[in-house]
Design a protein around this ligand. Structure first.
Ligand code: PLP
Length: 384
């Protein structure tokens, strides 16, 4: 059976050209970038080349890019690093209710250690209001952290407008761009961003490598101590093959972004229209247009998303639900609850995320089987 992969927000397949670029760094150019001999310096040069590729694509200086182990570490470094560097200069952080757990959990961690966290609500379409960001700012606010696009509903936040409010008060602004880097154009200067988290495996790069952009002059503490790598901000021998692969993935993404997005937008509009037209009591979650072209998040009244996922899996289709398995219990998505969905509706929600190789024929297959799966589940549900 040909598998249809509609879970690109979870991770993407590594591009074969990225794998090719990485290969020599395992067996031939395996030097430690910190070593002074030529094996070390060729590895160092390749790491610096990848850093420049990332910097060029974000419109920043190479020395403002710090490689990490992924989006989670970048988010943790941004939040805890700024918090630790604040000393007693303030202890208030503003974020939103729909952030990824890689932002929300460091916030909870800091809260337990005396920091104050404001979690801004979103409207019914998933958007943060920049005016609410402005009114949440107070004496002692040390950081604003709002994501670029949401990983569940794909909604794109008004980053530029929020950045203006942060700038007015001279407060560092962190953006989790894990879902958008390589998919939407980002220029940190034009958008007014001071810290930005990115991750390679969401843009057809390898898993386990990411980066944090930190605007020059921003005060930030390291989380890892033990070496002077990454200018002392992130000790540990660099993951050279993955960093090289990350650079290659960024180059490839930059070239294909425009065509890819118009192809995805066409598929997305077809999918939304057909699902809403053909499946009664279905609804789209998140803003209809102001969302990543790859994302469709829908709720089906009276069914469990997990059961739909199993039905789809039997048809060879991989998607995902909004629920997270915490302590062995399925919890409805905090993002969908923040939009105002009931627990029941959130539990009947699915996320389909397309990628650069998704074809119209694959979407047609999904649209053929999905109504039947939902109908069958509803026909046996005592709740429906
Ligand atoms: N932030 C967002 C918005 C994400 O979607 C993810 C991953 O799903 C992360 C952070 C964590 O990234 P990583 O898997 O590279 O740790």
């Amino acid at each position: 059976m040909n598998r249809i992969y509609l879970d690109h927000a979870a991770t993407t397949p590594t591009d074969p050209l990225v794998v090719e670029a990485m290969k020599p760094f395992f067996t031939e150019m395996y030097g430690n970038p910190s070593s002074v001999h030529s094996c070390g310096s060729e590895a160092r040069a390749s790491v610096e080349e990848a850093r420049s590729i990332l910097a060029d694509s974000l419109g920043c200086r190479a020395e403002e890019i710090y490689f990490t182990s992924g989006g989670t570490e970048s988010d943790n470094l941004a939040l805890k690093g700024i918090a630790w560097a604040s000393n007693s200069g303030g202890n208030h952080i503003i974020t939103s209710a729909v952030e990824h757990h890689a932002v929300l959990e460091p916030c909870e961690f800091l809260e337990k250690r005396g920091f104050h966290i404001t979690r801004l609500p979103v409207d019914a379409e998933g958007l943060v209001d920049p005016a609410e960001v402005k009114s949440a700012i107070r004496a002692g606010t040390i950081l604003i952290s709002i994501m670029h696009a949401n990983n569940e509903i794909g909604v794109i936040q008004p980053i530029k407008e929020i950045a203006e409010r942060a700038r007015e008060k001279n407060i560092p602004f962190h953006v989790d761009a894990v879902q958008t880097f390589g998919h939407l154009a980002i220029n940190v200067d034009e958008m007014g961003i001071d810290l930005l988290s990115v991750s390679a495996h969401k843009l057809y790069g390898p898993k386990g490598v990411g980066a944090l952009y930190v605007r020059r002059g921003t005060r930030i503490e390291s989380l890892l101590h033990g070496g002077s790598q990454e200018k002392g901000l992130r000790a540990s021998t660099e993951n050279v093959p993955s960093i090289v692969g990350f650079g290659r993935a960024v180059e490839i993404a930059a070239r294909g972004m425009g065509d890819e997005n118009s192809h995805l937008r066409t598929l997305q509009q077809k999918m939304i229209r057909c699902i809403l037209d053909n499946i009664p009591r279905s609804r789209l979650n998140g803003h209809a247009n102001n969302r990543l072209p790859s994302n469709v998040n829908v709720s089906f009244q009276g069914v469990s998303a997990e059961a739909v996922l199993l039905g789809l899996d039997l048809e060879g289709i991989a998607a995902s639900s909004g629920s997270a398995c915490t302590t062995g219990v399925l919890e409805p998505s905090h993002v969908l609850l923040a939009l105002g969905l009931s627990k029941k509706s959130a539990e009947g929600s699915l996320r389909f995320t397309m990628g650069r190789n998704t074809t119209e024929a694959e979407i047609d297959t999904l649209l053929d089987v999905l109504p039947g799966i939902v109908e069958r589940l509803r026909s046996v549900s005592p709740l429906y």
